[in-house]
Design a protein around this ligand. Structure first.
Ligand SMILES: Cc1cc2nc3c(=O)[nH]c(=O)nc-3n(C[C@H](O)[C@H](O)[C@H](O)COP(=O)(O)O)c2cc1C
Length: 204
């Protein structure tokens, strides 16, 4: 498939056939992610692949955690997203290494890896959706993955520098997103998009 077709025709897929993916297929997808550009070439992504009982357990933990949380309007679609993860044969949880403290450069590297994987998935005749709703239950997921959320020295330095300069330096935790994927069982129509004209300012 040509890159233009892949970019144009990729859609978020939220319904999947009850058909497993092979390890070879998943490795090809991870390899595409692993070929993304990264800040200082430090490859700040880590992938956790969930299938079968391990995936069921992950989704149950997400659902239980959501149940325990106060209901806020931001989270209205979260239960639905967890159902999507439930139905998908594979969920990839994407972590950033946070060696610099989860700063924007790291998130950009990891996002590039996620987009590479989404395009690869589409090119293989599979479907996926990028999932941010897992961030609402980040502590529970990190506990499952045995990842300690420590404040790195670099992050402490950065916070101090930000305070001195009176600027806010954005950073986040290790969890970036999840990707639910499988064989598509829907063919969603394209949502209206802003045009290139609407999102671009030309400076000459
Ligand atoms: C950072 C990010 C977070 C997203 N989180 C979710 C999510 O939690 N649940 C969901 O169903 N879709 C999620 N999506 C998918 C978007 O809703 C989708 O990309 C958007 O509606 C455009 O549709 P398209 O991907 O088919 O072009 C997310 C997409 C991005 C880029």
């Amino acid at each position: 498939m040509f890159i233009d077709d892949v970019i144009k025709n990729r859609r978020s897929i939220r319904k999947y056939k009850d058909k497993p993916l092979s390890k070879e297929q998943i490795i090809k997808i991870l390899d595409a992610g692993n070929r993304a550009p990264s800040a200082k070439n430090r490859v700040q992504w880590r992938f956790h692949v969930f299938q079968g009982k391990a995936k069921d357990n992950l989704v149950q933990i997400c659902k239980d955690e959501l149940e325990r949380m106060p209901k806020v309007s931001l989270m209205t679609s979260t239960a639905q997203t967890f159902k999507i993860m439930d139905q998908a044969p594979v969920v990839i949880v994407v972590i950033q290494t946070c060696e610099w403290g989860g700063i924007t450069a790291e998130i950009q590297s990891v996002s590039a890896a996620i987009q590479n994987m989404l395009l690869k998935i589409h090119s293989m005749g599979l479907g996926a959706v990028w999932i941010n709703d897992v961030l609402f239950v980040e502590p529970a997921i990190l506990k499952l993955l045995s990842i300690e959320q420590e404040e790195s020295e670099f992050r402490k330095e950065l916070t101090k520098l930000g305070d001195q300069l009176d600027i806010k330096i954005g950073y986040s935790g290790p969890l970036v997103a999840a990707i639910a994927l499988g064989y598509p069982d829907e063919d969603p129509k394209r949502e209206p998009r802003m045009t290139v004209d609407e999102v671009t300012v030309w400076h000459k």
